[in-house]
Design a protein. Structure first.
Length: 255
């Protein structure tokens, strides 16, 4: 039998190697528009994406290459999303795949079931696609172990904050070579310090405007008095517009 020789150029080999190193995200959601939006958002951020309209179809995709993370709608109609997660956790081969749950409301039942079956994290819907991408990056960083350090060119601090505030999480963000710290608790930013001074909304804006290098996220309990009460709405209506104004000023040419 004749053998067929297969040749590959260095460019092709490099391209295939780069693609093989891209993280794979499996999106399971019965809503076609949601799947499409997430597919586009994930692809633009450098992820490979598979999608499925149901848990049963999603399971058929898990026989070969395994996804690095699964983004799962909690309400799958007749197929409960929590049952799907329980199936994953009961299979030795699939048990360690992180699951990010999309839940339609801040329901205590959803949060309790998510904890019982082993959901890694969740986001309340409606949600920005960019927030889902941000939390995917967080979960993938957790999977690698070690400090959760992010490059602002891939994930801007303000975008990560917006995602973190979408649910009642707690932790700290360390920026500007450790000189700045943002604390959040139960879905609100409760303090912002630059060189140990601040505690105001203006300090928060200044930190986010000056954050240019890598920064660290620490997911942990945060105690102490709440100097700020900046929730998601305040971040969107007050902080982000000020950051945009700051950026426009910096782009202007000096006379």
């Amino acid at each position: 039998m004749a053998r067929t020789a297969v040749y590959s150029s260095p460019q092709l080999t490099s391209s295939l190697s780069a693609r093989a190193s891209r993280s794979l995200v499996l999106v399971i959601d019965p809503d076609e528009s949601t799947r499409s939006v997430l597919e586009v958002a994930m692809s633009r951020e450098g992820f490979d994406v598979w999608s499925s309209s149901s848990a049963s179809l999603g399971l058929t995709l898990l026989h070969g290459r395994l996804p690095d993370i699964i983004v799962l709608e909690a309400d799958l109609g007749d197929e409960e999303g929590f049952s799907f997660v329980a199936q994953l956790r009961g299979d030795e081969r699939l048990a360690k795949i992180p699951v990010l749950l999309l839940a339609k409301s801040a329901d205590e039942r959803v949060e309790a079931l998510a904890d019982i079956v082993g959901v890694d994290d969740y986001i309340h819907k409606p949600a920005y696609a960019r927030d889902v991408v941000a939390m995917v990056r967080v979960e993938l960083a957790k999977r690698e172990g070690g400090p959760l350090v992010f490059d602002p060119n891939l994930l801007q601090p303000v975008h990560l904050l917006r995602a973190l505030l979408s649910c009642p999480r707690s932790g700290r963000m360390l920026l500007v070579d450790g000189r700045a710290e943002i604390r959040f608790r139960s879905g609100k930013i409760v303090d912002a310090r630059f060189d140990e001074r601040g505690g105001t909304l203006d300090t928060l804006v200044r930190i986010l405007a000056l954050a240019s290098g890598k920064y660290e996220l620490k997911m942990e309990a945060v105690d102490g008095f709440a100097e700020l009460q900046c929730g998601l709405r305040e971040l969107l209506d007050l902080v982000i517009p000020k950051l945009q104004k700051w950026a426009r000023v910096l782009q202007r040419s000096l006379p």
